[in-house]
Write a protein that binds this ligand. Sequence first.
Ligand code: DAH
Length: 340
Amino acid sequence: MREELSRIVTQAEEAIAGAQTVETVEELRIRYLGKKGVLTRVLRGMGSLPPAERPLVGKLANEIKVRLEADLAARISVLKEKEKERKLAAEKLDVTLPGTRPFLGSVHPLTAVRTEIEDIFLGLGFQIVEGPEVEHEYYNFEALNFPRDHPARDMQDTFFVSDEVLLRTHTSPVQVRTFEKTAPEVPVKIIAPGKVYREDDDATHSPMFNQIEGFAVDTRITLGDLKGVLHSFVRQLYGEKTRMRFRASFFPFTEPSAEVDISCVICGGHGCRVCSHTGWLEILGAGMIHPRVLEVSGYDTEKVSGFAFGMGIERIAMLKYGVDNIRLFFDNDLRFLQQF
Ligand code: DAH
């Protein structure tokens, strides 16, 4: 029986030393020291021993039990220590590695174009003024000399908020709001950038878009001043070689009125798809401010005159960057925006 016991010890200690997890160690404890374990089974055979040997074997069995308990506990603490080290190794952090660069935004193309246009006019002596986007019908239409039955007043183009309040359809009302404050003082040289709203929606029209209005009032302002300012502007924006032409047109708040074309920025005027093979691109509306517009705000048109012009920022940006769908400016798709 002694031999059997010493074989059990050898076996158990080998198994304990080889155990790789705490669970395996617990299984071994049950296998060797449990109520139905190997040791108990062997000790049950003690009855067949001569009575004199029994106490010795009993003592030996106790010693084995104590020894294996110690082995099991030691193995468990080794395994727990190993587990701790493994966790630490997994959490290792190299603080000398270069960090992740934070994402840097860029200026939106419409903001870039707007700023560029503003800078050109600031250089020509204009000041920047802003007006409300929710506007009274008086400023948007009435004071700008739109007849009562003018189609632009129609619900189909204009977003009305109530009977007389609307989302401005253009930046021209800033003319009237400015004149009410400045009249009869001159000179006035203003540009007014901002959002405008129309019920329009296709590849080149969006229900919200941006315009820049420009206007000047002074003694002896002529169509020649308008041409000079605009020519200087288009040459700074599109290059010295840019040509410009006026085509007679109509707006209720200007007389005479013109649509202004520039030589095509893509083909230089030879004719291409972008300019529909005409060599020209329309970029703004302009004219001499209608005397009635000046008079309702308190200017004496015997003494002063003015010019005005208005352009769409999206259109200028589309031509400048070769963008063929206005949606791209408002979708906020980073793949588009990151190109600027
Ligand atoms: N307000 C006009 C529009 O939105 C644009 C315009 C045309 C503005 C002629 C002007 C101008 O100041 O003189 O279509």
